[in-house]
Design a protein around this ligand. Structure first.
Ligand code: B12
Ligand code: SF4
Length: 567
């Protein structure tokens, strides 16, 4: 297996590589279409995986990136290419097939890679090459094979063994930055926990691997030098997975931010035990983290224990979340309905938990057994897992784009109808405008944003009108207009929250704006999901819904055993 950092310095031929980010299918919590429009963008985030792959290719190979979520793939791009590289997540699978077909029609060979191809390589059998796993560990072998004239093959990286301190700076220069609301960077891969439904630990391992501080700062320097300012997301699976390493890195990040006058504000994913660590919280505050995504999953302790998410038990979630607010960081959270251990309705308990923690943006989803997880292996052994075609059909026929509409791809323990009913009850309540903005008001009251010293900034001062940045005035005007026209029911709750924020905590105003912009997507999206779930309930009631034929339990009994709790 070749390691990219030691790729033979011999000269390579030339090759025109067309990197194509496939379109996400259907509707999703995550496309934030209305919020993107508000900021003048086309899609939330760029494909970091593909631009990392581009950085691993020989410098004599020319790269061009087309993101089908933001632009069309032109015939001329395909004509230009010698090789097409594509791949992404499960909801990108249908479009990846489309891209392969288009490329083949133009006589161009295709390399597929990325998380979905790694989890389900059999789904991409028609591609010419499958380059699986973390590209740093295998792309060298592919390049050598390509150079020697090989035109088909499967290349697989050794799992969890890639030294990411040798990962190059992603090719941010390939992006049309204005198409996105934020950019992503990565500090760590992997997570030490063992949640049963999680594919992170299967793809990236349970020992978080981190980049060096110098490497990370070089990446920030690069993003800064190409002129980007604003929101940067650390896409880490669990930013605090290796607390020692992150605590060693954050002082460097803080110093870098100070020296540059705080050009970036950060978001990331972290486990709730962040709230237990005052030192870490204050370092993240100082570095200018403004939001984190936390997997809360369920308010029910037995369910958390059964899913092996013990880090969320033995604690007051509300106290933990509010403590994070007081550190100046607002919390978004994931919740899941449909676990076997749910003894009866979970709707009221989940709504109470969301209210008590006062988290405005909650991705409440239906449990989805992702390929390669402990959950999938258990359901297979029990003969309860629906075949992959079930999800493919829902993606292509019903516009399912994530776990909210594609969810429960298995025979449930309690009646399917009850789970669906719980789900629609929760969505209908938490995304009522008055409920959403009540939680926003609570955040705005608690959010203690730091006062940042921007004196070292080398950027020209932003144009202002009566002391207020002109851009903020434009955004507020657009936001008000959109709420009034598209979601009139949210206008008064928003205005109340706005006035309260100006009066009590003006430093939180930007974040109120962000949450309100998210609501432009979440309000209509929750109604879209409720309508889809209502259709599913009606199908169950009428008997039209029938589970697909299941794999017999005996065949799956030979599947690998699940991970144990040990590290
Ligand atoms: C950031 C992120 C998002 C962002 C999107 C970012 C974007 N650009 O659009 C958001 C929050 C929107 C998101 C949403 C979802 N996500 Co997501 N996401 C991630 C996360 C945390 C980081 C992605 C990233 O940038 N990684 C950094 C890059 C460097 O790593 P990488 O992409 O793996 O790339 C490496 C290799 O895979 C490979 N590679 C990648 N592409 C290619 C292409 C070729 C040709 C080759 C050769 C190699 C190759 O080389 C790279 C370098 O080693 C990953 C987990 C992870 N650690 O990667 C999950 C992950 C990709 N998401 C996943 C899922 C399931 C989803 C959702 C469907 C559900 C969910 N988790 O909520 C939604 C659906 C989105 C939608 N419908 O719009 C799964 C995918 C599983 C699968 N089998 O496909 C992952 C793996 C984990 C998870 N459960 O969240 N996600
Ligand atoms: S804490 Fe998050 S990333 Fe870690 S195993 Fe659990 S679900 Fe996966």
């Amino acid at each position: 297996m070749a390691d990219i950092a030691v790729i033979n310095p011999r000269s390579y031929s030339t090759c025109n590589v067309l990197l194509v980010a496939p379109r996400f299918s259907g509707q999703s919590y995550w496309n934030f279409q209305a919020a993107c429009e508000l900021y003048g963008a086309r899609f939330p985030a760029p494909p970091l995986g593909l631009i990392t792959v581009a950085a691993l290719l020989p410098s004599s190979w020319q790269c061009r990136l087309v993101n089908r979520n933001t632009e069309e793939l032109a015939e001329s791009d395909l004509d230009w290419a010698d090789l097409v590289m594509t791949g992404g997540m499960l909801p990108q699978q249908p479009d990846t097939h489309h891209v392969i077909e288009l490329a083949h029609r133009h006589g161009k060979p295709v390399v597929v890679g990325g998380p979905d191809a790694t989890s389900s390589p059999e789904a991409y059998a028609e591609s010419d090459f499958r380059v699986l796993g973390e590209a740093e560990g295998i792309i060298g072998a592919f390049i050598e094979a390509w150079e020697s004239g090989v035109r088909h093959g499967v290349f697989e990286a050794e799992k969890f063994a890639i030294d990411i301190t040798r990962t190059p700076i992603p090719r941010f220069d390939l992006l049309k930055r204005r198409q996105y609301t934020y950019l992503g960077v990565q500090f760590a891969r992997g997570c030490p926990f063992t949640c049963e439904f999680c594919d992170i630990i299967e793809l990236y391992g349970r020992v978080p691997r981190v980049k060096t501080a110098e490497q990370m700062l070089a990446e920030l320097d690069h993003v800064y030098e190409i002129g980007y300012r604003g929101h940067l997301d650390f896409v880490d699976d669990n930013f605090i997975g290796n607390k020692k390493a992150v605590k060693a890195f954050l002082p460097h990040l803080i110093a870098w931010q100070r020296e540059h006058g705080y050009p970036f504000e950060f978001s990331t994913e972290a486990s709730i035990n962040l709230a237990d660590d005052d030192a870490l919280l204050s370092l993240m505050r100082e570095a200018n983290f403004f939001t984190i995504f936390v997997g809360i999953e369920s308010p029910d302790t037995d369910t958390l224990v059964a899913m092996q998410k013990k880090q969320n038990t033995r604690r007051s979630l509300a106290d933990g979340v509010h403590k994070i607010y007081r550190a100046g960081i607002f919390v978004n959270a994931g919740f899941i309905v449909g676990f076997d251990s749910e003894k009866g309705s979970v709707a009221e308990a989940m709504i109470d938990c969301i209210e008590a923690t006062s988290i405005p943006f909650c991705t409440v989803g239906l449990l989805y057994a992702l390929p390669g997880t402990q959950l999938t292996r258990r359901l297979e052994r029990e003969g309860r897992l629906f075949p992959p075609d079930y999800t493919r059909r829902r993606m292509s026929e019903e516009g399912a784009g994530d776990q909210s509409t594609a969810g429960i791809n298995f025979e449930t323990a309690r009646p399917r109808r009850d789970i669906l009913l719980d789900y629609r009850t929760i969505l209908a309540r938490i995304y009522r405008p008055e409920d959403f903005f009540r939680r926003v008001r609570q955040v705005v009251r608690l959010l203690d944003r730091p006062k940042l010293d921007r004196s070292a900034s080398r950027d020209p001062p932003r144009p202002r009108f009566f002391g207020i940045p002109k851009r903020d005035i434009t955004l507020l005007r657009r936001l008000l207009w959109r709420i009034a026209v598209r979601q009139p029911g949210a206008l008064w709750p928003f205005c109340k929250a706005f006035c309260e924020c100006i009066r009590e905590n003006p430093r939180a105003i930007d974040y109120l704006g962000i949450l309100a912009a998210l609501y432009l997507h979440l309000g209509p999206f929750s109604r879209f999901v409720i309508a889809a779930v209502d259709r599913q309930i009606a199908e169950v009631d009428s008997g039209a819904w029938q589970p697909p034929p299941l794999e017999p339990a005996e065949r799956a009994a030979s599947a690998p055993l699940p991970l144990t709790q040990s590290a």
